[in-house]
Design a protein around this ligand. Structure first.
Ligand code: B12
Ligand code: SF4
Length: 484
């Protein structure tokens, strides 16, 4: 038996990736432990925890904004404790060429991790070298990286349900939170240029079907077991596009209503939303859907962002959702390539026309490794922002107002009459004093996710550090990594 210790910083959202890995390697006889950065006031405290836990290997599940925190820690763990360290997660899938240079990283899992991690742990157990494992980059005796291509994609039903106990038994805050997240599928068939999914499809080209779904039976079993053990007011499906594969969704809705009967929410694409499906989902308990509008400027969305959904399709889908009493939240990005202030205002106005319950606004970061970043560099649409991202060039001097766009875009959805004052709201000198309005966005989450105000307050208070310095703080590019 080998033991892995995951070091995580997802206090606000349990990591499904880690939970899937944990249940798989535990089922094969290995041991797993977890600690959060927020459990430790200092690096010394974390090191003391690691010493006491005595793991054979330390694991990090990394999204690019987390590199800032995990890279220096990896070096310190190697220097002080000499333990093997393995990195996996989205950052490693797309930026593995950079990860090879991070001091202290011994193994990089570049794709789905269940088989690779199990194999590494088996080999740690037996003492055999772990240099020829599909999907795993490892160093040879001379310290050179051996870059093994990814293995075949496996059907999801062969993996056990995620190990929720790993998080929930240790963190009552997460266990008691009323919304529990599930994933029924992996992969997305679309090719939005700013997203990593097209790169993932390339990584796995010829290795099997990328878009895979678990059977209705196993998803229902997982939800049943979870809600029987942990308080749950609403189920959320974190799948990229839950409404893919109508046959599956219809079958699922029927069983969900019969056997679970709790409100649920999910991420959807409006591209394939039809009335029959909305009716079936609503009857099963659908409370709300989230989808990316990205921008109200149709040409930019369809051509630059390669999201082939017209404004008319969005309007039809939203009409349908409103007709059937389904809440919906939109995501919009600003500072898109060649976007002017007029475009931003147009975007805000179109979004308001859709009448969403709420809107999440963000400034586009073009991650290296995406098609959009490559195109932006080739066409001189961007400037480097840091180590991993580019930002769009400021074509009309409006980027000074971008911070205002984040809260104003949301506020105008809430108070539609403000749309006609969009320009002064965005660009006046006094606008900066309304910045705090960004926090108000979260009120819509309470309605959408059916969270009681008391629970929201407790959750916010207990996790205030992660809220303010963790998630929010890490929205910046990690160029100025703070070495501990
Ligand atoms: C749910 C989700 C979130 C949730 C919860 C995240 C969490 N804690 O799990 C929230 C809302 C918090 C979130 C936030 C963000 N997210 Co997000 N998120 C997702 C989403 C939709 C699903 C993640 C998931 O659970 N997948 C399912 C599991 C099973 O897959 P997995 O995590 O990839 O894990 C597998 C492998 O990667 C590997 N693996 C993972 N970790 C490890 C570790 C080891 C040791 C090993 C061996 C293997 C391994 O094995 C796992 C099992 O096969 C993905 C898109 C996607 N489809 O994956 C985006 C995604 C991960 N997010 C992304 C981004 C950009 C963000 C944000 C930066 C967005 C933003 N601007 O705010 C923030 C960052 C937050 C932060 N901490 O700083 C990008 C990541 C890109 C990148 N380069 O890192 C993705 C890929 C979306 C995309 N398509 O572009 N996100
Ligand atoms: S639909 Fe969503 S997950 Fe799929 S490619 Fe587009 S942005 Fe990525």
């Amino acid at each position: 038996m080998a033991k892995i210790l995951f070091i995580s910083d997802n206090l606000l959202n349990e990591g499904l990736g880690i939970m899937y890995l944990s249940s798989y390697v535990k089922a094969k006889g290995h041991a797993v432990d977890l600690t959060m950065l927020t459990d430790h006031a200092s690096t010394e405290s974390l090191l003391a925890y690691i010493r006491a836990a005595k793991p054979d290997i330390v694991g990090f599940s990394v999204m690019t904004p987390q590199v800032d925190a995990f890279r220096p820690l990896t070096r310190i763990i190697k220097d002080k404790l000499g333990l093997p360290v393995i990195w996996g997660g989205a950052h490693c899938m797309f930026m593995s060429d950079q990860v090879v240079d991070y001091p202290g990283v011994d193994y990089i899992c570049i794709g789905e991790g269940e088989e690779a991690l199990l194999e590494v742990m088996d080999r740690l157990d037996s003492g055999a070298p772990a240099t020829d494992i599909p999907g795993l980059w490892a160093k040879d005796a001379a310290g050179n990286w051996l870059r093994n291509p990814v293995g075949n994609l496996e059907p999801l039903d062969q993996y056990p349900p995620p190990d929720r106990e790993l998080y929930y038994d240790k963190y009552p805050l997460l266990a008691g939170f009323g919304v529990k997240r599930f994933m029924t599928q992996r992969g997305c068939p679309y090719k939005c240029s700013y997203c990593f999914e097209p790169a993932l499809a390339e990584l796995y080209d010829g290795k099997g079907k990328l878009v895979r779904r678990r059977s209705v039976e196993l998803v229902i079993e997982e939800i049943k077991a979870t809600i029987a053990k942990y308080p749950t007011r609403q189920v959320h499906f974190s799948d990229d596009t839950f409404n893919l594969n109508k046959k599956w969704v219809h079958e699922f809705c029927r069983r969900y209503k019969e056997e679970i009967d709790l409100p649920f929410s999910c991420n959807c694409t409006v591209q394939i939303m039809d009335e029959e499906l909305v009716v079936a989902m609503k009857a099963a308990g659908l409370r709300g859907v989230v989808f990316g509008l990205e921008t109200g400027v149709e040409h930019t969305r369809m051509v630059t962002l390669r999201k082939p959904i017209s404004n008319a399709v969005y309007e039809d889908a939203c009409r349908l959702l409103r007709k059937h009493g389904v809440y919906f939240m939109t995501n919009i990005m600003f500072a898109l390539p060649n976007e002017t202030l007029d475009h931003a205002v147009e975007s805000i106005r179109f979004n308001r026309k859709l009448r969403p319950l709420g809107t999440k606004t963000c400034i586009l970061k073009m991650y290296k490794g995406t098609q959009l970043a490559a195109e932006a560099v080739a066409n001189n649409w961007c400037e480097a922002q840091g180590e991993f991202t580019y930002k769009s060039r400021d074509v009309d001097g409006s980027h000074a107002h971008l911070e205002n766009i984040l809260w104003a875009g949301y506020l105008i959805v809430m108070i539609p009459g403000l749309a006609r004052f969009a320009r002064p709201l965005l660009s006046s000198w006094w606008s900066k004093y309304l910045k705090f309005m960004i926090l108000v966005q979260h009120f819509q989450d309470l309605i959408f996710f059916n969270i009681t105000p008391i629970q929201a307050l407790v959750f916010f208070w207990k996790s205030r550090k992660a809220f303010m310095h963790g998630v929010a703080g890490r929205q910046e590019d990690t160029y100025e990594a703070r070495e501990v």
